[in-house]
Design a protein around this ligand. Sequence first.
Ligand code: NDP
Ligand code: 2IT
Length: 444
Amino acid sequence: MNYTDEVIARVKRENPDEPEFHQAVHEVLDSICAVVEANEKLYRREALLERLVTPERQIRFRVPWIDDHGQVHVNTGYRVQFNSAIGPYKGGLRLHPSVNSGIIKFLGFEQIFKNSLTGLPIGGGKGGADFDPKGKSDREVMLFCQSFMTELCKYISADTDVPAGDIGTGAREIGYLFGQYKRIRGVFEGVLTGKGLSYGGSPGRTEATGYGLLYITEEMLRCRGEHLEGRTVVVSGSGNVALYAIEKAHQLGAKVLTASDSDGWVYDPAGIDLTALKDIKEVKRARLREYPSYRSDAEYHEGRGVWSVKADIVLPCATQNELNLVDAKQLVSNRVIAVAEGANMPTTEEATHYLQQHGVSFLPGKAANAGGVATSALEMSQNSGRLSWSFERVDEKLKGIMSELFHSVDSAAQRYGHAGNYVIGANIAGFEKIAGAMLAQGII
Ligand code: NDP
Ligand code: 2IT
């Protein structure tokens, strides 16, 4: 068995019942084979891959909280501090009933390579809880966040581990988490990113993941002599990433036809009305089925189905494994030219291969959605310097980071004889920097 296969088998053996973690490890190790083979003796002696797939630290804790009726609930909180070779652990907190240790590990593992690709000094981490903010009052969400942070604050700080948002964790939750950290630890520091602008947040962080997704997609198209302008786009999701992906797609002259949530999806032939969508999702925290009451020509469908809509560009922005092989076949028959992942691992491995084999340009999430964490790192810089930059300055930096990121991915793919395979390019470019830093720092 070759070294990468041995390590994949070991991960499956030592982390049973964690299919998403197995999937993320398989995708990365499978695509860095050439680099590993070229350095096999050294990597084996240093157990580099075994160390890479083993989190430096995993924290799991009880989160008790009281609902509005006086009933006590208990959730499980997680923080995986995966790899600090190139900087403090950095990555979001997911609040969703599906959260478990395997999901947090897959997200933390992806984050190592994504953060490396940004070119900024941030290590990989992720956390969250199996708490569902949907349908909870503000007070219940606050009590949950305070209880969660009462435990988490023992393990994080501005220089060691800096969490941020992810599914179910937006500005409201970050505010409550920050307040509790400050209260217990007694320090006002950049321990979280995605903060409100009046207390240390960076302009542009809210928009950054969606905007960055469109900046890198445009750069990829530009290198093929094409543009977003005049193109049709399908988007899944209607949360933070999806909303600002739609906004930037429209600003760049494309037309977004769809959005979705976990109940259903909308098709708006005139282009998604972002004001309506923001009102439903950001203001009312309501369901997408309300959309046709704003736009009478739009259709709402229960269940999944955005991938059946014919368009040029596909941006999955909801959750993992939401685009499978059947969907990929549909996209290819619809003559899609590019898929760029706004979400983390939204495309299954077999769907990814099918798309690539059929000439679809495929940008993996660790490259395509890196604008969010990159801007988080810019927020950390501003906090450390006790400064605040303008939106324009942050947005310009984000554009530059996404463009450089695309070219480092593209050139890594070319260097290893896989021109145009951005999965291989992203994994190799992300890995090379991490491997070098891990080797330089000795056996830790
Ligand atoms: P939000 O919570 O703001 O939005 C998530 C969206 O996806 C909602 O529309 C939600 O619908 C839908 N969704 C979530 N889970 C499911 C599910 N199991 N099935 C169907 N639909 C689902 O999260 P974000 O927009 O922040 O995150 C979206 C994706 O982007 C995630 O994969 C996240 O890890 C990734 N990401 C986020 C970044 C960020 O900066 N926020 C940065 C990089 C990646 P509903 O409301 O019905 O649950
Ligand atoms: O998946 C991700 O990159 C995020 N949820 C953002 C992490 C961050 O620290 O901004």
